[in-house]
Design a protein around this ligand. Sequence first.
Ligand SMILES: *[C@@H]1O[C@H](CO)[C@@H](O)[C@H](O)[C@H]1NC(C)=O
Ligand SMILES: *[C@@H]1O[C@H](CO)[C@@H](O)[C@H](O)[C@H]1NC(C)=O
Ligand SMILES: *[C@@H]1O[C@H](CO)[C@@H](O)[C@H](O)[C@H]1NC(C)=O
Ligand SMILES: *[C@@H]1O[C@H](CO)[C@@H](O)[C@H](O)[C@H]1NC(C)=O
Length: 863
Amino acid sequence: MAPVLDMILGAVVVLSALLAAARGAFVPADSYFVLCGTAASATVGGRTFVGDATLPAKVLSAPQSAAANASSGSAANASSGEAALYHYARVFPAPSTYTFAIKRPGRHFVRLHFFPFRYQSGDLAADAKFTVSVQGVALIDRSYTPANGRATVREFSVNVAGGTLAIAFTPTGKVAFVNAIEVLSHPDDLFAGPAQTVSPLGQYTGLSTQALETIHRINMGSPKITPSNDTLWRTWLPDDTSLLNPSLAVHKDVSPKNLQRMAGLASPEAAPDMVYATATELNKKLMDSTISAQFNVTWRFQATPGWAYLLRLHFCDIVSKAANQFAFNVYVGGWSVLSNYEIANKDTFGALAVPLYKDFVLSDTDATGKITVSIGPSTEGNMDPDGLLNGLEILRMVGDTGSGGDPSRSRSKKIIAGIVAGSAVAGVTVVMAVALVVLRVRRRKKPEKKPSSTWAAFSASALGSGSRSRSFGKSNSGGARNNTVTLGQSAAGAGYRFPFAALQEATSGFDEGMVIGVGGFGKVYKGTLRDETRVAVKRGNRRSQQGLNEFRTEIELLSRLRHRHLVSLIGYCDERGEMILVYEYMARGTLRSHLYDSELPPLSWKQRLEASIGAARGLHYLHTGSNKAIIHRDVKSANILLDDSFMAKVADFGLSKTGPELDKTHVSTAVKGSFGYLDPEYFRRQMLTEKSDVYSFGVVLLEVLCARPVIDPTLPPETVNLAEWATKRLKNGELDSIVDQRIAGTIRPESLKKFADTAEKCLAEYGVERPAMGDVLWCLEYALQLQEASPDSSSTLKLPEASPGSSGTDNTQLVPGVASKYQRNQSTASDGTAATMSANLGDLDGMSMRRVFSKMIKSEEGR
Ligand SMILES: *[C@@H]1O[C@H](CO)[C@@H](O)[C@H](O)[C@H]1NC(C)=O
Ligand SMILES: *[C@@H]1O[C@H](CO)[C@@H](O)[C@H](O)[C@H]1NC(C)=O
Ligand SMILES: *[C@@H]1O[C@H](CO)[C@@H](O)[C@H](O)[C@H]1NC(C)=O
Ligand SMILES: *[C@@H]1O[C@H](CO)[C@@H](O)[C@H](O)[C@H]1NC(C)=O
């Protein structure tokens, strides 16, 4: 059955390859490495530190500073890789400042190295006590004495407005000192938000102007990563010492080559591959052996109380073989921050091994000196108990460095977007241009809407004691199922509410052997009701707000829309927090599976035309069957299902509409549409219309024509993207070279031409140039007639009579020559099922932030 999301791993491969090529290694605009208290220089981990005595006089403003070198015996041990940084120190008996010219405004790392030693005129460990501020913000504001006998690196990320960056040392005891200083640009979006507050749960948006100090930076599952292995010269320590009960956990690692970086998620600057390619995982063996064993794996860290902290949790699913195998819970300081979390989810388009991170803010009143982070198995019955963490950063929130401007402005102007790629340039080697962007769509200011009456009715029955549950098994007895399953009388109904036990029985206890599809929403099982009716049972795998919204959307839409070319909803089950949808069973599976990537015999041209026509009818009905158009938003060959007789129906309405609750709580993770099918205009203008579905349907027509995947990364670059490749060929008049060779000989040229023309029109650059679904339907019917007409009777061919919107009925099987009528606001749906479409199905405006794949246009990143 149709997964909610296709996992187009191949696309991801292409994407990450392009990204790697386009992005290259990050080159910081500003980088200073300074060895203090000497004229000597030292090369450490790929960086050359130059002595501050050699720098221009204006850099150091220190009236009485002294250069100190370590007396023998008190120097740093050579075992420390960076020992060369700790032989010298600049010692300040009075306030002193280093000032660095800044080429590029924005975020910079400032690293201060401290190693107190004995020298000619004293002992730094005894004498030093000081504060440090940068740009007037106290980074170290309590009198600080660096720990004796070891090197300490204090790392800050600060926002520099431009011009210069001043680091001021002020002694509060006898002296201040520093051994080495690093100043380094880093990407602004490394800390841009949004972050989630831990208690109470909410959105924290002030991250981009916060000065931060790195307190812990951990690579779960080891090894230690040294500065030379990190593009921003960071150090990542293994988690051995912070892991509370190591026996409950196991280390996992894969080759970094397996990782799939995805634009918009964690860039290589967020953390190096070695962080994501290693993980600490729950020890599943312990859980398997004792079913009842439920435990958390917990890490604990010191953190000075009285400060707020940013926790960045790095995730990458390096253990699963397929998406949706496990979900787990994540806690910070005992508060649940992610429940039933799946790493490979909509953020990653279902792809595995995609590095990403999640940010959480722990308020100053909740940090108590120790910060714990735990992961534990999901409580969902149908998920494997598992969970992992790849990396963790804990950063102290030092203060706002709003740099004088309006902090809210600098916040909102920042679109958290990863981007980029080459672009398809005619005549040159063509590179498929793709990008993943987080679009921040302004939330419409609208008065809070009341739930629609249907939804209210559904809720009432859904939340009731169950007394309204209909016993299963009496439904659907005999007859044409579509007609007899009158789901709910008119607008009040929402289908049968199945008892959980009935669905358990129908699916042999949700037996893995009965799984016929897996998607973002959950697994789809084949089932048989007691009256022998075959059904498809889609079981949502989490209680997240997002899943719940898609669940509601689908029930709400499908229980109002009845059409022979839309997959019917038979009922649902919401007992025990389950989110289960029961559909009519579509015996032949997806249209996709009959086109490519399977062992199934190829469909004939006539079958393909009929399937296309069926799907077009379903979509046309969605667009025009009620007074407000419904946009499917995820039209693809995997969402077109075929019944026993190859009749096509459109499925999967989870994305068709979003409720307001979704916008409030899950804006950042909402994903709409599938890679390879997405309307470029939708991306550019962020405006959704029916024509976006038409575009996606055009891609489906090309799949039907060419029998190949929409994205095939194994092909040469200019061929990877079906829509791009095929439209180019069509423009060059090379139709014969792209048509499915297995059936090419059986297609009548006129029919083929009509079909290809139709596909091409659907793929027009601008929505206004694309035909309406009704026109598409008309053209496809015509193409079918051209195929069916016998060679010598072409002159008597009866064409569908008129242009769309004027004639015909929608409930006839396709009969050549029969006129069709496609009218808006038709009051009778197919199959004679009464379906009054006057109810307001709209609500499509309730869109908020979306992440969209599309052909890419421009990069506004200037780096
Ligand atoms: C350390 O300092 C002393 C006196 O300030 C000087 O004589 C000596 O040469 C210095 N050693 C090094 C290695 O710079
Ligand atoms: C240096 O290492 C030696 C042993 O290798 C140890 O005894 C000594 O304490 C270390 N010194 C410092 C400053 O860490
Ligand atoms: C660090 O980089 C070096 C080469 O620069 C490599 O040999 C080494 O394996 C890397 N270490 C880690 C932990 O990635
Ligand atoms: C895991 O930790 C959380 C937060 O401390 C706690 O609520 C939960 O009960 C723990 N789960 C198990 C199985 O111990």
